[in-house]
Design a protein. Structure first.
Length: 137
């Protein structure tokens, strides 16, 4: 898989509707995963979107999710740039450079969904998410 760079939008509880709208606009395949699918089955957030991805025939990829529980939704600051793929060395290199001089909000480590992931704000105030896709057993 080639590494890719795409926008990742945070929503205030309406990610399912917004991502559905973008599917109507751009077409393509929409995949939605809820917080309930990843261990929060009995919380009030179980049906909220933990991760959504729209991939279009034109080569566009748009990702989005409901703001995680406990985090503040900030309209205007609700977009990050996502880097993802399976080339661990390449993506770790980007992570190292992006996080240097910035602020790490999620350390680069294995996550509940099985991939290695980290989130940071670079020295210029831009939010970045790096996800290294781990081979499935």
């Amino acid at each position: 898989m080639v590494s890719r760079l795409n926008p990742y939008i945070s929503f205030d509880g309406n990610a399912r509707q917004a991502m559905g709208f973008y599917k109507l606009v751009f077409g393509g395949t929409l995949t939605l995963n809820t917080y309930g699918e990843f261990g929060a089955q009995h919380s009030g957030d179980a049906d909220k979107i933990m991760h959504g991805m729209l991939e279009t025939g034109s080569g566009f990829t748009l990702m989005g999710a409901d703001t995680p529980p406990g985090m503040e939704h900030k309209p205007g600051n609700n977009i990050a740039v996502s880097l993802s793929g399976d080339d661990a060395d390449e993506l770790r290199g980007y992570w190292q450079k992006l996080s240097e001089g910035g602020t790490v909000s999620v350390p680069m480590e294995k996550q509940m969904w099985g991939d290695v992931f980290g989130a940071c704000v670079d020295q210029f105030g831009i939010s970045w998410m790096v996800n290294i896709i781990e081979p499935q057993a």
